[in-house]
Design a protein around this ligand. Structure first.
Ligand SMILES: Cc1cc2nc3c(=O)[nH]c(=O)nc-3n(C[C@H](O)[C@H](O)[C@H](O)COP(=O)(O)OP(=O)(O)OC[C@H]3O[C@@H](n4cnc5c(N)ncnc54)[C@H](O)[C@@H]3O)c2cc1C
Length: 466
């Protein structure tokens, strides 16, 4: 243990109520790992906070000693920002309480909550918080970056549904942010990521959703570009109740796929209709009649089943690498490039995820939150997913190569939560006309850039970077 970490440990030990884990503790090995197995770092100390006072203490002592500090909620940062070598991790995994107020359709959840914790509590009242599609993802990182998922075309992004934050800022004090309290900070926290402090509690709006219509189908061969074109042309006029996404990937070796098509390039579609099932059925049927899909399924699903459906596809500890961007217009040439790239995909688990934003999320005025772009509806996410470290180079260069070919037609901008760890130069691009205001607010709340392991907004005059 370095001297500085030894001193930090001594400074925390007497008052800290949670767990302080050092490399020789039995729980350290499990506690140090994050979701992305590509990022294997060894923090000097993990401070698993029991409450807000623990967070304040950890921030005060680490900031005073200038110890590099990472924040962790679910540990799902694709970029691997929720850990560090030799420094401190402020881990909120003991702070996962969720309180639901059914009458007023709102909830409060603590800063370490996973999406699954929130869904389990809100569904007891038949309500839902619009968030992501994998239940083991941390809510804090997701919401602070924006938050897309099945419900955002109908109810907006996750950050659009936050009404208040409680956070510990870099001097260790507790600050509230809402439309009435520190409105600038409230603006910045809705999209600006973990730059401003440790959020210990979120107050959010909920919506009545307890079941959905779900449809799926898989297209092959010439139907792959054809279904992407259908999707591109259909979505701009689609009702907000419909979320239809496509993954270009290899067909899985599962029983529902005809044997001769397993392991072949495929366009896998997932559709969700939220609202009146009668109305939804004809639209889901219509979409699933485009381009002869195989393995078609249609069913009415409990919301919790929908929210956990993809969990096993993205297990902890595999190797992941991503690059993402927006398109205002998705041309046939770009579709062709993506489909061609499928032929050389190094891992059958990797995918090109295509989603369409629009709907309520796009109707929120651009200046209302710090979240990047709402005007380019097509989001393309190149998600590398493989198991063997020996395959790192092949997978990373496949993603970089395809991204370089698509990049000239992309609209400037990127969703910060889909960025990899080697893209700090794209952070201003993510925020563009919101950048200067973010820098002002960062300079006010975190002048020394204590919270810098993130898609970093550097304060004026700070010399500290990662
Ligand atoms: C399997 C998987 C599925 C995903 N699905 C979606 C999806 O459907 N929609 C979507 O929008 N995104 C999705 N993402 C991306 C996701 O939004 C980001 O990876 C996000 O950072 C995860 O949040 P986390 O809390 O687990 O992050 P962590 O790794 O715990 O933290 C990441 C960063 O968030 C910040 N942070 C974390 N906790 C706090 C806190 N309490 N206060 C202040 N800052 C904090 C810090 O800057 C930290 O570096 C997915 C990611 C994965 C791995």
């Amino acid at each position: 243990m370095s001297k500085i970490i030894g001193e930090l440990y001594s400074a925390l030990r007497r008052q800290f109520r949670g767990d302080l884990l050092r490399p020789d503790d039995s729980e350290y090995a499990a506690a140090r790992s994050i979701w992305n197995g590509m990022v294997a770092r060894r923090p000097g100390l993990i401070a698993r906070c029991a409450d807000v006072a623990d967070v304040q203490l950890a921030v005060r002592k680490a900031a005073a000693a200038a110890v590099v500090t990472a924040l962790r909620c679910g540990g799902h940062s694709l970029a691997g920002f929720s850990t560090c070598d030799d420094g401190l991790v402020i881990d909120l995994s003991r702070m996962r309480a969720v309180n639901v107020y059914a009458q007023t359709r709102c909830a409060r959840f603590e800063g370490g909550s996973l999406l699954g914790n929130i869904d389990a509590a809100t569904q007891q009242a038949g309500l839902a918080f619009p968030a992501g599609v994998v239940s083991h993802t941390g809510a804090a990182g997701l919401v602070l970056g924006g938050g897309t998922g099945w419900l955002n075309r109908l109810y907006g992004l996750s950050c659009d549904n936050v009404t208040g934050f409680t956070l510990v800022v870099s001097d260790g004090s507790v600050v509230r942010a809402s439309a009435k309290e520190n409105p600038d900070l409230f603006w910045a926290l809705r999209g600006g990521g973990g730059n401003f402090g440790v959020v210990t509690e979120f107050e959010v709006k909920l919506h009545p959703v307890s079941s959905v219509l779900f449809g799926a189908g898989v297209c092959f061969g010439d139907d792959i570009p054809a279904i992407v074109q259908e999707w591109r042309d259909f979505m701009p006029q689609a009702p907000d109740n419909l979320r239809w996404g496509i993954s270009l990937t290899m067909a899985p070796h599962t029983e529902n796929i005809p044997a001769h098509l397993r392991g072949r390039p495929a366009a896998s579609q997932g559709l969700v209709w939220i609202g009146d099932p009668e109305k939804g059925r004809s639209i889901v049927d219509r979409v699933l009649s485009f381009c002869n899909p195989a393995a078609v399924t249609k069913s009415e699903l409990p919301f919790l089943a929908l929210q956990t459906m993809a969990d096993a596809e993205f297990p902890h500890g595999r190797r992941y690498y991503t690059k993402s961007g927006y398109f205002k217009i998705l041309g046939d040439q770009e579709i062709r490039r993506m489909v061609e790239a499928l032929a050389t995909i190094p891992s059958p688990l990797s995918q090109i995820e295509l989603s369409y934003l629009g709907g309520a999320a796009a109707r929120v005025p651009a200046e209302e939150t710090a979240f990047g772009d709402r005007s380019s509806p097509f989001i393309v996410n190149l998600l590398g997913n493989w198991a063997d470290p020996g395959d790192d180079d092949a997978n990373i260069s496949w993603i970089r190569g395809l991204f370089a070919r698509l990049r000239p037609s992309m609209t400037p901008g990127v969703y910060v939560n889909f960025m990899s760890g080697d893209e700090q130069d794209r952070v201003p691009e993510a925020y563009r006309e919101r950048w200067d205001r973010l820098v002002e607010i960062k300079t006010h709340y975190d002048p020394d850039n204590f919270f810098r392991l993130n898609q970093n907004v550097r304060p004026r005059k700070s010399s500290r970077s990662q």
